[in-house]
Design a protein around this ligand. Sequence first.
Ligand code: BES
Ligand code: MN
Ligand code: ZN
Length: 503
Amino acid sequence: MEFSTNTSVSIHQVKTAALAVGVFTDGVLSPAADVIDRACHGAIRAVMKTEFLGKANTTLVLRNLEGVASARVVLVGLGKQADYTARAHTSAEKAFASVCVHARVTEAISTLAAIACPGSTITDRARNAAAAACEATYHYDATFGKPDPDARPKLKKLSLLVTRSDNAAAELGLKQGAALGQGVSMARTLGNLPGNICTPTYLGETAKKLGREFKSIKVTVLDGKQIAALGMGSFLSVSRGSDQPPRFIVMHYKGKAPAKAATKTKPGPVVLVGKGITFDSGGISIKPPATMDEMKFDMCGAASVLGTFRALAELELPGEVVGLIPTCENLINGSANKPGDVVTSMSGQTIEILNTDAEGRLILCDALTYAERFKPSAVIDIATLTGACVVALGGVNSGLFSKDDELADSILKAGKQAGDTAWRMPLEDDYQVQLKSNFADMANIGGQPAGAVTAACFLSRFAKAYRWAHLDIAGTAWKGGAIKGSTGRPVPLLLQFLLNQKA
Ligand code: BES
Ligand code: MN
Ligand code: ZN
């Protein structure tokens, strides 16, 4: 997608295939809707007395309005003016983009970002508008025998109408939104690809490709021998159950340092750790078959790190970010983990594997230990870690666990800004007793109660050397049912967190 701004004051004379204007309920028109309504002698006010009430997420297409140059004016309902928020703006942009996709237009103009709403800047709204358009035009056809060319969205150009004084800020937001959109699309496609294609080797190659495309990202991909040499006995125990070889991906992004940073002491990098189980059968503690196919999405944490790196490099953000991805399959062969096995992690702590399906924490713990060498300013791990988190929070919020209030608050804030929210969950030491083992330093499960919390407690034992937060994205990384597919979350949250770092 291509994005631009338009600062014309007489929008009724601007020619485009589809022009979005916002209307609120109770007959309240946005300034742009008012300009169009006057140009066409009240056609908008007329339909608002009959079929269009301006309710949120509703749209009405008006074609060939007299006195208006655009072929289509798309009325986009914004709901009650008093309740209008940045979130409502983003969903209005999404609704408009999907009208454009269905109408098969190739270019369009939206006037929606120009409408002020509390707590958001024009940069925020432009970024969200671009990201919403990318989301609506996302299309997966990588694994169809004969991809239908007609099914591919035609929308290629979106322009935002803004005032002259807002222009530079809107352009910045569009640039950020375009990069974010690409990062989200990349994460979605990696998630959607089947386990027989998107293997640990494939993820390693994808990372290397990013490194070739962007000089700012240095990529190293370690193989099984190198992983063994590091002493990652816990990670390796999971990978041994599969014929697919494991990979440990290390990505190092270095942005051009801001000029004044030279005088300050250099802060350590932010480290992002993504769970990369390319298929989770559960292992010997095998999962039920009904929705097991969805366990190809068990690498969405890894995909979100790769997508965030793509956006980061595209935007040439200042600062330093490290991405770590332990990736393997959780399958069943003669070498697979067995309940009762005890393994030794890279940290030296031993783990009794009481359930082979709690494998995410077994690969993440060694990556968390590896992260210490970067002396990070903060570490965030991202994982489709527990079904319990889906029970607790559903598909609305990712679960956020951290003992550091400042870090937790900045992650929650970034999520709100990006419309990719997280909800903070508890992490008190009182839960740690559930991980007691009679035969090792800890067990890998803590029983039924508070399953998402005890998983986070397990990880916390390996993340003592730095400020750390854990995002459980089991409920938010993909959707099931008829609209089954990856969401690309939490790339928007992560990128926003990194954007806020420099500010
Ligand atoms: N990848 C799953 C978590 C998961 C399950 C995500 C369902 C989304 C939907 C993870 O590896 C897992 O199997 N966790 C177990 C842990 C349990 C054995 C303590 C779970 O949640 O059942
Ligand atoms: Mn599992
Ligand atoms: Zn898993």
